[in-house]
Ligand binder design. Structure first.
Ligand code: GLN
Length: 198
């Protein structure tokens, strides 16, 4: 089988790092900014950045409904940090009205934006991650956490008593940023999910 074609939503954030990480683990990765580009990919990675800014751009580009439709249709996706927020079905502290982060409902979960930010803006630490051999060094940057999960959602990692990595079917989300470490296991897991689904 040929390599899966995985898009990286390229509005803002760590786009280049994710493209490189996906290529390193056997995907053909491409930036996605337009509806036609979304139509051409098997799966989508939504990077970290600022979820309110990304939501504003998604609105301007007319991408919200196409993204919701692809996710509802079972497209595999992975969201990191701001990407986790956008993949939620409900967002707490989503931001000011008219500028709020928009839930795309890839995973049945409620996410609290900037959850850790009240105590500390950024921190890192090792977290156990279900299915991976050995802990993941997790870098949290103004990160969200998960406050509620639906019945079909599996918790893969926790920190500070909250889920920080979850999966529902072919959609994966982490509060932290695997692209800033050299560890490619989470990108590999995502590519494996995409390949299985294909
Ligand atoms: N706090 C940011 C947001 O609300 C997320 C931070 C990040 O992606 N590193 O989108």
């Amino acid at each position: 089988m040929s390599n899966p074609r995985i898009g990286v939503l390229a509005l803002q954030g760590d786009v280049r790092e994710h493209l490189a990480a996906l290529n390193a683990v056997g995907a053909d990765s491409v930036p996605v900014r337009r509806h036609v580009e979304l139509d051409a990919v098997d799966a989508l990675l939504i990077p970290g950045g600022e979820s309110t800014t990304m939501s504003h751009l998604l609105r301007e580009l007319g991408l919200i409904e196409p993204l919701r439709a692809r996710l509802a249709g079972g497209m595999p996706a992975y969201g990191s940090c701001a990407g986790m927020i956008l993949l939620a079905s409900e967002i707490i502290d989503a931001g000011a009205q008219g500028r709020a982060a928009v839930p795309l409902s890839g995973i049945d979960m409620t996410v609290r934006r900037n959850a850790f930010g009240r105590q500390v803006d950024s921190f890192e630490g090792d977290v156990d991650f279900a299915g991976l051999d050995g802990p993941v060094h997790a870098v949290f940057i103004r990160a969200p956490w998960v406050e509620r999960i639906g019945p079909g959602v599996e918790v893969l990692a926790q920190a500070a008593g909250h889920p920080v990595a979850v999966r529902q079917e072919a959609v994966l989300a982490t509060s932290f940023h695997p692209e800033v470490t050299g560890d490619r296991r989470i990108h590999r897991l995502f590519v494996d999910i995409v390949t299985e689904k294909a």
